[in-house]
Write a protein of this length. Structure first.
Length: 343
């Protein structure tokens, strides 16, 4: 009970900011809301509240719990929304393209980050955000590598800004390049970051391109657990932080994520859904979205703009260069290998 009383003030504040962000997001036009996302509103809202009011010291334990316990629970529940069959549906060609582009994004972002002299953990967050699934990959990777709150906020802001620009630029560029539905859907699914931004960019083209892009994007999402695990192994091996070396190489929440994905793949969750009369995967999706939103509101509340200003413009330029190279490489692969399949 003592521990519960310690976390209630900060956790309640994070929950209030998250619910406020969801309410404000619901007031936006559908096209704007799909591009911006409630995650960015929660982070920016948290930063605004944290700077407008001097938060009491009693809020700190709850905000830390939001970032640790609440976030990890939300990530575990994400596993219930994924299935290995999603990978099979796009075929080996698309999977190979996805893996190649992920390798390009991860390698290039780390090289550019080192050349630009930005903190290695921030570089890693920019890398996984571009390579896998945007903000979800950022918030899943951050606790594994011991990233600071300001680094998480900067990576999320960069990822969201670049993804929002892609929503508007991709249809224009696609028409200029004369892409087919299959080529455009594959391009959007492999190169745009967040799922909501992929859907906004792809369905703005055609419904067929939107369906194909969705399947390709979910295949990228399904690889999240492996990428997070790989990052944990990398930081543990390189010993970049004492805390990283003290944590298990395979975090419990990553194992939980993979376990739920496996149960969903083999039909266990489907059988339980039929027995209970509820769509458990959809319930897990909704619960995960709320928990992650609360966690990111806590990140915003804990972030100080002075630390972000010290980081400077270089991380944004690294993210921009990485996203541009991934986008161009995706088009080259589609040209020579063909699209993922008929939408």
């Amino acid at each position: 009970m003592t521990e519960l009383r310690r976390i209630v003030p900060g956790l309640s504040l994070a929950l209030a900011v998250a619910l406020g962000a969801r309410f404000l997001h619901g007031l936006l036009p559908a096209s704007v809301g799909a591009a911006v996302g409630e995650v960015l509103i929660a982070v920016l809202g948290g930063i605004a509240v944290g700077h407008a009011f001097r938060l009491p010291d009693a809020a700190a334990p709850g905000l830390r719990f939001a970032y640790d316990g609440v976030l990890r629970t939300g990530i575990v529940l994400l596993g219930a929304t994924l299935s290995l069959s999603q990978v099979a549906r796009v075929g080996g060609r698309a999977l190979g393209m996805i893996l190649a582009l992920m390798a390009v994004a991860l390698t290039l972002a780390h090289l550019l980050s080192r050349a630009a002299g930005i903190p290695p953990r921030l570089g890693s967050l920019l890398a996984v955000g571009t390579a896998v699934c945007g903000n979800s990959a950022i918030v899943a990777t951050a606790p594994v590598i011991g990233a600071r709150d300001d680094e998480v906020s900067f990576a999320i802001a960069t990822n969201t800004l670049l993804g929002t620009a892609a929503v508007f630029l991709y249809p224009v560029l696609g028409h200029a390049l004369g892409l087919t539905d299959g080529a455009y859907g594959t391009w959007a699914g492999t190169a745009v970051n967040d799922t909501s931004q992929v859907l906004a960019a792809a369905f703005a083209w055609t419904d067929g391109a939107g369906r194909l892009a969705t399947t390709v994007k979910l295949t990228r999402n399904a690889l999240l657990g492996l990428v997070v695990l790989g990052m944990g192994l990398l930081y543990a091996r390189e010993g970049e932080a004492r805390q990283a070396s003290k944590r298990p190489w395979i975090p419990a929440f990553v194992l939980g994520f993979l376990a739920l994905a496996f149960l969903n793949s083999v039909g266990v969750l489907g059988a339980l859904s039929a027995a209970t009369g509820r769509d458990l995967s959809e319930d897990a999706r909704n619960a995960s979205k709320l928990l992650v939103l609360v966690a990111l509101a806590g990140v915003g509340l804990s972030t100080r703009l002075s630390a972000m200003r010290r980081t400077g413009l270089r991380p944004f330029l690294v993210g921009l260069a990485t996203a541009a190279v991934v986008s161009g490489t995706s088009l080259v692969l589609i040209h020579f290998l063909g699209p993922a399949g008929a939408p």
